[in-house]
Write a protein that binds this ligand. Structure first.
Ligand code: ADE
Ligand code: ZN
Length: 325
């Protein structure tokens, strides 16, 4: 078996995946037609040609522009089901999916429709393939903090349908410290906590996420490599990073793959996992992100180690982790 094939067979957990970032152009246009919504692009080719990003914000502008095609529970089900089928083919046995609920609420969609669609697709993948996983409500940090509280209000009656709370969107200028009240409330609701930090923002944001928000994992976190004290904090607390190599290249968080700090993070003793972030936009799903590291000389043993770390860093039940390790 070739090494790329072997990478698809490694049982792994996907821990950094925005469900809206799995919206392939063909599905975006099919949903636009189904719902009578106009996309600001003429066709699939024009949309795909627009996938040329200068930074995180230029991506987010396009990503949010496509979201209004997601209207009904069936749309969220179809989107999630398509991702889970693709992830299953890549050896993803456990998937934790972010959703930008504030944006959907702002578009007039109900929290119940979003969660009904996603949880029904996860349940079907569980029945069909034994996959496990869950939904992480991601706070959209460049929207008013009150709207994050409103999103928590909207899910309070079914908090058992969530595994955690996260923090995403435009990072610089929106430090984790702004969201302490939201994360405290989510923790009191029994939710796990994660946050994007150190993607474009400074290492100080990684420290804030850990010390002020109490996160158990940091999403991206690659700029932690710039501060030995922040690295020591991550290592000392055993906090894993959910690194997304193809995303970092496409959004120019790093100049190219050769300059990616993943190996320096591993050498510093940080727990590192590999994930796909927004695979429809960044040119690859889970196994493609593992395969990208072949160019950095990662060995079969190292890939197996990354997959094991993803399972350990997941919020799966202990018996499920034991099954996958
Ligand atoms: N939302 C979707 N993808 C994101 C990313 N890479 N960083 C921050 N917010 C996001
Ligand atoms: Zn992300």
């Amino acid at each position: 078996m070739s090494l790329p094939d072997a990478l698809s067979r490694l049982p792994k957990a996907e821990l950094h995946l925005h469900v809206e970032g799995t919206l392939e152009p063909e599905l975006a246009f099919a949903l636009a037609q189904r719902n009578g919504v106009r996309l600001p692009y003429g066709d699939v080719e024009e949309l795909r040609r627009a996938y040329d990003f200068a930074d995180l914000q230029s991506f987010l502008d396009l990503y949010y522009a496509c979201m209004p095609v997601l209207v009904t529970a069936a749309d969220f089900h179809d989107l999630t089901a398509a991702y889970l089928a693709r992830a299953h083919a890549d050896g993803v046995a456990h998937a934790e999916l972010f959703v930008d609920l504030q944006v959907h609420l702002g578009n007039g969609v109900s929290a119940d429709d979003v969660l009904d669609g996603m949880t029904s697709a996860l349940a079907a993948a569980g029945e069909r393939w034994g996959m496990t996983g869950g939904v992480i409500l991601c706070v959209v940090r460049d929207r008013p903090v009150e709207t994050a509280h409103a999103a928590l209000d909207a899910v309070a009656h079914r908090v058992h349908d969530l595994v955690g709370i996260g923090l995403d969107s435009a990072e610089v200028g929106y430090p984790p410290s702004l969201f302490v009240s939201v994360f405290d409330r989510a923790a009191a609701m029994g939710l796990h906590r994660v946050a994007h930090a150190g993607e474009e923002g400074p290492p100080a944001y990684v420290r804030e996420a850990v010390e002020l928000l109490g996160v158990e994992r940091v999403d991206h976190g690659i700029r932690a490599v710039e501060d030995p004290d922040v690295l020591a904090l991550l290592v000392g607390r055993g906090i894993a990073l959910t690194v997304c190599p193809l995303s970092n290249v496409r959004l120019r968080a790093v100049p190219d793959l050769a300059a990616h700090p993943i190996r320096a993070l591993l050498d510093a003793g940080v727990q590192v996992t590999v994930n796909s972030d927004d695979p429809a936009y960044f040119g690859g799903y889970a196994a493609d992100n593992y395969a990208a590291l072949l160019a950095l000389g990662f060995t079969a043993e190292e890939f197996a180690g990354l997959a094991r770390t993803s399972v350990r860093a997941s919020f799966a039940a202990d018996d499920r982790k034991a099954e996958l390790l």
